[in-house]
Design a binder for this molecule. Sequence first.
Ligand code: GLA
Length: 385
Amino acid sequence: MSEKKKQVINKFTDLFGEPECIVRSPGRANIIGEHVDYCGGLVLPFAIEQSMYFCLRSNNTKDINFHSVDYDETYIIKEGKLNYAKEWCKYFNELIKLLDRRGLKVIGVDIAFGSDIPIGGGVSSSSALCCGLLLLLDQKFNLSLSIDEMIELAAEIEHGIGLKGGNMDQTSILVGKRGYAVLLDCETKEYSYIALNLEDHFFILFDTNVKHTLVDTEYNIRRTQVEHALKLVRKEYGADQTFRNTNLEQIKFIKESHPFYYKRIRHVLNEIKRVEEAVFSIKNQDARLLGQLMNMSHASLTGDYEVSCEQLDFLAGKLQLHEQVLGARMMGGGFGGNVIALMTKELSQKQMVELREAYRNNFGYDFRVIKVSPSNSATIVEANQ
Ligand code: GLA
């Protein structure tokens, strides 16, 4: 059993008694398809083993006790009156408001949660929190929410907090399957599973330790920019134009007049194509091609989309030079967070020491290494599992 799960159950039992319901909600990694989910593009993420764990039981009062095991703090909501604005409580407040608008008053429960997902590290701890809470409350209050409804609600919570994200994170967390990546078409919301049997290859995250909440970055600005770029394309070719039926040739007309929008939209169109090629490479067991596509994705996110940062470029650049790294790219919203690397073998101790020293000399702090593999979706679990 995961150490974190044990810790959350023990703390919950000390504070509130035996849990009635336990939920595990994983983080997510993304092989390729970055900054295209909110453009109706294709993405190829997977749920990871590292997870958030939640325990719940009724307390027969009108109050909610919401305890963070990691911060060792309890947020008490007396008779439904939301009051606390600390970062980790914001998502919970937003969820309570959302369910309230749907006519459901959440009261009378004790909840504790804790996580071994690196927070603010680009593996979507916030979506794990939203999806996990929804699953927990769905179970407790018999809401009978479908997976699609949960995906939408979880995204709505994050929009409420101020992040105008897409639906990649919530979908991979709620439908992930061990051993598979999720090929998600963000336009139709349809998904299929792509078996990840890349024989001797595996994924490692190199966490820059640059922490952020995406709300404080230019994430939303990028979304506005590509929406504006699409408007220009529609003006030229008609209202049916989408990121999926537009090609590079068609956007040439803005290259001179709007070079900036041209770059943004070029990333989106190329990245969607790379996802198609990545699926092809995985099906053909061609890890080298997959690695090359990942490298190209990084270059595009840095040059055309400008969502990378010095630390991400440094790590991706250095990693790409190693023989056992087939590809390395920034992952997630950017401006910090992780580089995901496709590897054939771990870096040797000497290579790792050199990389650590170089990183520390440049930035004054270390990076973190996290091994990730495709795991199952968020789910109700047993205490002893
Ligand atoms: C964040 C958002 C996602 C997606 C990625 C970038 O993780 O939550 O919806 O846009 O950034 O691909």
